[in-house]
Ligand binder design. Structure first.
Ligand code: ADP
Ligand code: MG
Length: 617
């Protein structure tokens, strides 16, 4: 049975059970649906985006209070009575709730989402607390007693007044959300979201606006929470601040984490497990212990520790593994032949595409780059060499926008790039790899490479959720596959990137850079870890790219590789250019030879050998 059929069977089972289960179980199921909705947001926010929030309960509260307020304030009804039938009030409440949530999440998000490390979780605790107390202290929201007398939801003449009726809507929305989020994650914007977790530098270098994506996912998670709150209010028909306090916020996070925070179905599983466990422990423990008290909280905490310790990825991946005998993972559908993506026009061969003028970079007292200047021309391979610590990677980071120089200017295809972020460099056609490989280790090679094509597409979140992006997605994947093939990685395409040898992971990074159709390619030690034949294949690929008009700047320690491949070489030592010229000129340069010999590097003997070979020839 395939996973899709399994999912459909589960939904069918739920639908069948809906008619026959006792009211009490239905209420429990409806609640599980409500929790799932919030946990889904956390899967996206925490599991995919890498941001931890303890404050989701507060957004549930906004959704609930907005509709409670609209539905029960006589003057709202009166004021709108002319235009609205009172059956419309809950829908007006929904609109208000979503609007307030968007505004508030945007505001809170733009402050807290920028915070890194432990500041973000702390920030979410702070707003979770303050919103909770706000609900309790605002007179027009009924203070700590809350608001009672909410109407049932109504579709035309169909009243959703019981859990059995409203539960259908709740689960329909949960399933819709799962489908939409699943589609989102399996798309160009989804890849960008996944890249957030690996940090700002790599994602921005691929052209992803990380700040905006973080904010967007934060708002989306908040909206799911608010939707849950709206449904909750009309299920309970009253609201008070208690279900929106920080404890519950923590519980939502537990649900997502216990279920499996990286998986959408983990949200369903986590919500179900925790709701059921809490429910049964609540009855069971006092009976067992013969005393009344909230023992479940203690047992619950211990269980949680156990689960997190034993299954840090959550329970869902475990189930998937157990079921793998019977349930086949979905086979990715192979893209249809589509019209390819528009190709970037490369600058005329020989024209200067990247120019660095007087680049200096200070780290405290250390001068990592000292007035480094370099021109890179279309169609040339230019090597940047020098002993370890000479400042090569620092220079790379500056000319790719990852770091800003202390002084100096970078010009990319005629544009002054001062003050621009790395994604602006990517937009202008710069592709790069990293000395310390930056891949999404658990994702497939194909997905990693397709991220490199981010800027070749433009379909956004909504198109992805509604699957209106399929033609473009097929074209992006085709482009990624072509580059994977070009780098000789086709057989590894569907393997997780981290399962490859380090040298091959470097090739994946090259394929990823190529997927962005670069006109300038910066490679930081691409041949490190490659075997002899692989190095030859890489050299042939780079020569081929340069012949096609791409400008390549290359840092590499393998002198034989560099000297045979590069047309020009620039040598750095202690952050300063000490020589530049053709490989032969550089090898003959006494300062270079001294730098290498003086540095006591392995490379010293290599440069010797190559130089001697050159003389003999
Ligand atoms: P290379 O790539 O040539 O081996 P790097 O550019 O990595 O050299 O480093 C040049 C010098 O700058 C080294 O002394 C290194 O310790 C220092 N350096 C690099 N990055 C930083 C940083 N972020 N903060 C402080 N010092 C740094
Ligand atoms: Mg380096």
């Amino acid at each position: 049975m395939s996973a899709r059929w399994f999912g459909l069977a589960a939904v069918a089972l739920l639908a069948l059970a809906w008619g026959v289960l006792p009211a009490f179980s239905i209420t429990l199921l409806a609640n599980i649906g409500l929790y799932t909705m919030v946990a889904l947001g956390l899967v996206l926010l925490t599991g995919v985006g890498g941001m931890t929030s303890f404050g989701q309960a507060a957004f549930v509260g906004i959704g609930a209070y907005a509709t409670a307020w609209v539905c029960t304030m006589p003057w709202v009804a009166a004021g709108l009575g002319l235009a609205f039938d009172s059956a419309w009030l809950p829908w007006l409440g929904l609109a208000l709730g979503l609007l307030c949530t968007t505004a508030l999440a945007w505001l809170l998000g733009s402050v807290t989402v920028r915070l890194s490390g432990h500041y973000l979780p702390l920030g979410t605790i702070a707003w979770g607390l303050s919103l909770y107390f706000l609900f309790g202290n605002l007179g027009f929201l009924g203070g700590h007693t809350g608001i009672t007398g909410l109407p049932a939801l109504q579709f035309a003449t169909w009243q959703l007044s019981t859990a059995r009726e409203l539960g259908v809507l709740i689960w329909a929305l949960v399933l819709l959300a799962i489908v939409a989020l699943h589609n989102l994650l399996d798309s160009r914007p989804g890849r960008a979201l996944r890249a957030l977790k690996s940090g700002r530098i790599m994602a921005e270098s691929m052209g992803v606006d990380t700040a905006r994506n973080r904010l967007q996912v934060f708002v989306l998670a908040a909206l799911l929470a608010a939707l849950s709150g709206w449904l909750y209010a009309h299920l309970q028909r009253f609201v008070n601040p208690t279900p929106f306090n920080l404890n519950i916020g923590i519980e939502y996070l537990f649900m997502a984490v216990v279920g499996g925070v990286g998986h959408l179905w983990g949200a369903v599983l986590g919500a179900a497990l925790i709701t059921l466990m809490k429910h049964y422990l609540q009855d069971l423990l006092p009976a067992l212990l013969g005393a009344s008290g909230n023992f479940e909280v203690i047992v619950f905490g211990l269980l949680m520790l156990l689960v997190l310790q034993r299954f840090p990825q959550g329970v869902w991946p475990l189930l998937v593994q157990l079921a793998s005998h019977w349930v086949k993972a979905p086979v990715p559908t192979v893209a249809q032949a589509t019209p390819g993506l528009p190709q970037r026009l490369l600058p005329a061969p020989g024209s200067v595409v990247l120019q660095a003028q007087g680049i200096s970079k200070h780290f405290g007292g250390l001068v990592a780059n000292n007035e480094v200047g370099l021109d890179l021309k279309a169609g040339e391979i230019h090597a940047l060499i020098g002993p370890n610590g000479a400042g090569k990677s620092t220079f790379f980071n500056i000319v790719s926008g990852v770091d800003s120089p202390s002084a100096g200017r970078v010009t990319l295809v005629g544009h002054d790039m001062s003050g621009q972020p790395a994604r602006a460099f990517a937009q202008r056609g710069l592709g790069r790899t990293f000395q310390h490989v930056r891949l999404l280790g658990t994702r497939s090679v194909l997905e990693n490479v397709a991220l490199g094509a981010h800027l070749c597409g433009q379909r956004g979140w909504l198109a992805a959720m509604l699957r209106l992006d399929r033609a473009q997605e097929a074209a992006l994947l085709a482009q990624a596959r072509a580059q994977i093939a070009r780098c000789g990685l086709s057989e590894h395409s569907s393997k997780p990137a981290s399962s490859l040898a380090l040298g091959q992971q470097r090739l994946v990074e090259i394929a990823r850079a190529l997927a962005g159709q670069p006109s300038v390619l910066l490679l930081d030690e691409p041949a490190a870890g490659l075997r002899h034949l692989e190095k030859q294949a890489l050299a042939a690929l780079l020569a081929d790219l340069a012949a096609g008009g791409v400008a390549i700047l290359l840092v590499e320690h393998d002198m034989e590789f560099v000297m045979n491949l590069a047309q020009r070489v620039t040598v750095l030592e202690f952050g300063q250019v000490i020589a530049r010229g053709t490989p032969a000129q550089v090898q003959a340069n006494p300062r270079v030879r001294e730098a290498y010999l003086g540095g006591g590097e392995l490379a010293a003997t290599e440069i010797e050998a190559v130089a001697l070979e050159g003389q003999a020839a």
